[in-house]
Ligand binder design. Structure first.
Ligand code: DHB
Ligand code: MG
Length: 241
């Protein structure tokens, strides 16, 4: 192993980030949240219900990232949102809250337990009019959409990482010029650049980067590394041509 490869492996191994470093990242996220984010009772309720039912709390996006999605949705005047991977409905709820009253959000979840949890959280947030939550495989749900379904303005991909290249292609079937696509968890503590890492999720993410590179339907794309309460990860964003 070369020196740089061993450095990557060290960084991305499970207990790579020492406790002190993670505590500092979390403390800074707490600071950001305390200063810049308004209390959001629907999100608090969602987190409480999710943890109460024994589901992990690391799977949903951080509060400051949720706020970024909300701002991007408003800045783009988005009215129609598509989400891959509902899980507990945390990001679903925050994105729906950013929509106007006549907005629409279609979210797809393949696990029935997660779907049931999200249904509860969405109902509790009073967002059942805006959110259309579907249980099923993304491929089947997308293909079941009417050919006349208007394009989505904003798409958030946050599901199994192995399938991101497929979800990108499914997204592009129902996108328009200018649609913004955000993809969560594309860095995975630098695992993506470790040539010795062949996990299906990591292979899928590398294929995603290849797909974004010179894609005929993508105008431009980038990815941003992040650290915070969720550890070391990052997101990608792409604008449709
Ligand atoms: C995992 C998935 C996510 O979407 C996320 O934000 C964090 C972790 C995971 O599968 O471990
Ligand atoms: Mg995620």
């Amino acid at each position: 192993m070369t020196q740089s490869n061993s450095n990557i492996s060290r960084l991305s191994s499970n207990n790579s980030t020492d406790l002190d470093t993670q505590q500092v990242w979390t403390a800074v996220d707490d600071y950001i949240e305390a200063h810049l984010l308004e209390d959001n009772p629907a999100l608090n309720q969602t987190l409480e219900n999710t943890v109460r039912q024994g589901y992990p709390s690391h799977l949903h996006i951080a509060a400051n990232q949720a706020q970024m999605l909300s701002m991007l949705i408003k800045m783009n005047g988005a009215k129609r949102i598509l989400e891959f991977g509902t899980f507990a409905g945390y990001s679903t709820i925050v994105m729906a809250q950013a929509l106007p009253a006549d907005g629409y959000l279609l979210t797809i979840e393949s696990r029935d337990t997660h779907y049931a949890l999200a249904q509860e959280n969405i109902a509790h947030a009073g967002l059942t009019d805006i959110i259309d939550a579907r249980l099923g495989l993304a491929n089947e749900v997308i293909h079941s959409l009417d050919a006349t379904t208007p394009a989505f303005d904003f798409i958030f991909i946050d599901a199994d990482k192995q399938s991101y290249p497929e979800y990108l292609e499914l997204s592009l079937r129902h996108a328009r010029s200018g649609t913004l696509i955000i993809l969560d968890n594309v860095i995975r503590a630098a695992e993506i650049i470790d040539p010795n890492n062949h996990k299906p999720s990591i292979v899928g993410l590398r294929e995603l980067f290849q797909a974004l590179q010179n894609h005929p339907q993508i105008a431009e794309s980038t990815a941003i590394q992040t650290v915070g309460c969720k550890g070391y990860d990052g997101f990608a964003m792409a604008v449709v041509k």
